[in-house]
Design a protein around this ligand. Sequence first.
Ligand code: DX5
Ligand code: ZN
Length: 223
Amino acid sequence: MAIQISPSILNADFAHLADEAAAVSPSADWLHVDVMDNHFVPNLTLGLPVVESLLKATDTPLDCHLMIEEPDRWAPAYAEAGAGSVTIHAKAASAPVRTLREIRRLGARAGLALNPAEPVEPYADLVGEMDMLLLMTVEPGFGGQKFLDVVLPKIRRARELLDSRQASVWLQVDGGVSEATIERAAEAGADVFVAGSAVYGAQDPAKAVDSLRSLATRAYGRS
Ligand code: DX5
Ligand code: ZN
């Protein structure tokens, strides 16, 4: 499957989100929207009203990453609003299967996220319930952190698991992805890459997306 790049607007100028979305279009496959509630993570960003406005301001599909408590309660509304993908954190959900199914029923792709220290194996039987598995490569909460190499073996194990089930589940990594780290993650088997500071901190964000994509494409499949 083709490599996809999802620039995170966490590192964009929140006062000019429509312009920031346009700055990566049409290079970006997705716009990654980090929803944080100051409880699940120690940071507060934006919520459904901003997502609804952003949906009107861009044609790039939204990849909503919910770093919130009670995702069972809040996630369906993002799918209903028109987000292309909605990802919940496994440890925050009390009924992940029900919530993933609800996200799909409402027309979005359903994602399940794991923090760096959370193993993938307990979720092996849920593979059929998800469209994307997100492995955090930093502790969630802030942009601009250092990529955690300690997650690389888990990316490999997740890739083996997905391949062994012949699942067409995307494997996303999020946190510290840059020109210096994307090849390691792609070699390990990730195929969807979130990049915040590496894109919005660049002189030319669209060009940064293109160069991340070509690095990952070359590295993917190299072991
Ligand atoms: C962190 C967020 C990330 C963040 C990535 O908790 O989930 O999406 O924006 O930013 P960088 O790419 O700068 O690590
Ligand atoms: Zn994110």
